[in-house]
Unconditional design. Sequence first.
Length: 533
Amino acid sequence: MAVYSQAIHFSYFILDDAFHIYENDHIQLNLSNILWFWTNSKTPLAYNIWQVIGAVGGVHNTELFRIANIVFHSINSVLVYFIISQLSSERERSCKAGIITAMIFAFHPIQVESVVWISSLRGLLAGFFVLLGIWTSINIKFDYKKSVAILILFILGLLSKPTIFLLPIIVMGIDYYHHKKNFKEALKENGFLIFCLIIGVVYFYNDLIIKMTGGGIGSYLKLITFNSIFYFKRIFFLSDFGYEMSGLKDVYNFKLSIWDYLIGIGALTTLCLSFIFRKRLSEKLGIALVIFLSFYVPISGVLNFHYQIVSVVAERYFYLPLIGLGWFVEILVHKVKPSLGRYIAVPVAIILILTSFSQVGKWDSFSVFNHNRSESSFFYNILLGKQQVKEGRLEEAERSFLRAKKNDPSFIGSNVGLMSVYLRQGSLEKAELLKEEIGELLFEDWTLLSDYISILVENRIFSKANSLMSTNFSRYLYSRQFIVIYRDLLESERRFILQVQKSSVSKNPELEERNRVRILEIDTKIKELEELY
């Protein structure tokens, strides 16, 4: 826990945390909101835990949310130790194998994103249920209790994160490799797992984009190669850590070098040869590969879930595959030279801990973006531009939004960002041209519309802001965020009118009367909004 403790006091991350937690209309803990997540989300368990944490410490108390992440990761690391120790049948080294694999799982810097990013609780929670399911399959002999326990844990895992849907394959692999049952026996005694697998496939399928690639088999292979190289470099070279913003278009534009292809081919060859010669090397390589592939295939590019449009690859996706890969490496090192693991374990642990500790520090506020190298990503440039606007670096922000627009002209968020820059610079004509370019699409996306209205309010263009809010009132009537922004707009206008009246030297009865009427209209509208709220 000490490695990750420095992040406890960090603020929310700019991505997802607001949407999931402190700006979520249903985050307040009550029966209605609890049930709402079970009917409107594929991962309701994580939201229910966030509801409880928010009720205890408040939704703006990031400390409790991060402590929850750290606690789950710590428990999962202990479960990894027990699972690998039990699966390693050689008594003299089972404890060592468990310690080394758990150490890699607990402290490898690729895990930092999962632990420090509050929104990644879903992966940690899914890992907790999956690891309990694996432990159950090892320690409970086949009977109805085992079947019921694994089924419940599997469903809870799916409701935390659907990418764990291949857990039944791992359970059958444990029966085959660890409990020494032949394939028919394993299949016969675990018939219920086929049912589980069907449930998992259907649940995951509903989260799929059936056609991620439009360039045929070449683009498909490039997507898979890009994924494998990304994770290989992160795991074995400990390089370029930080939030990765690489959407599907970034992958298509990415130029793979000959070394990248050689790394991908080498990694695939190692896995294939290890599986072919597993009996000669170690029987445990089989179950290590089953664990690794069952967790890796759903995030490898072979199958695609909808988040991968924005983030094709992400460090948090590799949270569970690291268990199988870590154990796989430990087995190979032991086979090369049994005493080698003893000599390198401590230096490797120190390197991993220090690298992770350094990586955790980069997640403070926007530091993660300062270390990110995805400048070709439209998403990266959008976020960077927003931060530069907040810091008053308008010329840099303009360049970031223009890069985003160049990378993906269809994404209208870059135009909204440019409008915010031009309005702050007083270039109203440029802002209006961009608004016309966006057209009606601006009103279809509440986030972009609210950004634009906020920009107008900041520049005291109240008449236009009020006109937009009135026009879209019926469309967003039941959005709490809309009502709050509308109320803030009216209160800002009210404060501005009173400020102008107070600072005015000469008296203008006609203007004063008009302002008095407008203030009464504002007060009436605010009262109406508060009643709706």
